[in-house]
Design a protein. Structure first.
Length: 299
């Protein structure tokens, strides 16, 4: 089982296009997820959720999805604003590091940055870096990659609760000065990465595609359909990655056994009675070590 989260409906729909046999799963608190299998790989199950914009809801629903599905890995997939002129609309950015760019101390002479950052899971990054080496992942694109073949970049991303649409605003200048290696900006991944970090043992990765250049042209770009293009490119790369990964919890999930536990052994039980003896049924298995508790009154 894998979890994919998105912020916007257009991103959610782009991932949903790759799933089949979709059913709804509702958390006790009301959050609705879709659960289905990938069209490209039977039995590869994905739980898909939409968080809405913002870091705090992304963090809360990341933890909700983790506890509900016990996934092998979690991905946040969607669109982003590009911070480099050489990025093409539709290019995919795999976040090697996620910055939370709102940490700062405010002084009379300005704000002093106090950045927080979370590195991508090494195992996920290694697998993702192999995908662009051939043309296989292009087959997951809506047009099968026949006309447009997006670039794939492995670089840091900055995230915070402000939508950036300027290259000269105070936030733009702060990103340039304090987070200069970030090549894209968005609004959810710091919450997602933080929640994944606190979970302790679930690999996480952010995959975004460029829908605008965060330079004042966002509205025009959105009207031109760039969000849909970018969402589909990010979804295609994410599904290609999930299809290439080993699902360490897959066998247990099929038996409805929580992941993280060893498979239960088969129990062969025989009770035999002789003569006039009567034997009740005793069935069980001891996992691990057993140590009796002594009270001090034993004889």
């Amino acid at each position: 089982m894998f979890v994919i989260l998105t912020a916007l409906n257009v991103e959610h729909q782009a991932v949903l296009e790759h799933l089949t046999d979709v059913t709804e799963r509702t958390h006790v608190a009301g959050t609705v997820f879709e659960e289905g299998t990938t069209t490209s790989r039977p039995h590869r199950r994905i739980a898909l959720g939409v968080t809405g914009p913002g870091t705090t809801t992304a963090a809360a629903l990341t933890e909700r999805a983790r506890s509900m599905f016990s996934p092998t890995a979690m991905l946040f997939v969607g669109v982003a604003g590009g911070l480099r002129d050489w990025l093409e609309i539709g290019d995919v950015v795999v976040a090697t590091k996620t910055y939370s760019h709102h940490g700062a101390r405010s002084e009379d002479d300005g704000d002093l940055a106090r950045p927080r950052a979370w590195d991508v899971s090494h195992a996920l990054e290694q697998r993702a870096r192999r995908l662009p080496r051939g043309d296989a992942w292009y087959s997951y694109l809506p047009d099968r990659g026949e006309h447009v073949r997006p670039g794939v970049h492995f670089d840091p991303i900055a995230a915070g609760d402000v939508l950036l649409n300027s290259r000269t605003s105070p936030l733009a200048r702060s990103l340039h000065s304090n987070y200069n290696d970030a090549i894209a900006v968005e609004m959810e991944s710091s919450g997602f990465a933080h929640a994944g970090h606190l979970s302790g043992n679930v690999p996480t990765m952010t995959i975004r595609a460029i829908s605008d250049h965060a330079d004042g042209t966002k509205s025009a770009s959105d009207r031109a359909g760039t969000q849909l293009l970018a969402a589909r490119n990010a979804a295609a790369f994410a599904i290609a990655l999930v299809s290439a990964l080993d699902d360490v919890g897959g066998a247990e999930a099929e038996r409805d056994v929580p992941t993280g536990f060893p498979p239960l052994p088969t129990i062969h039980n025989t009770n035999t009675a002789h003569d006039n003896a009567r034997v009740g049924q005793q069935v069980g298995v001891q996992l691990g070590h057993f140590r009796p508790k002594w009270t001090g009154n034993e004889r």
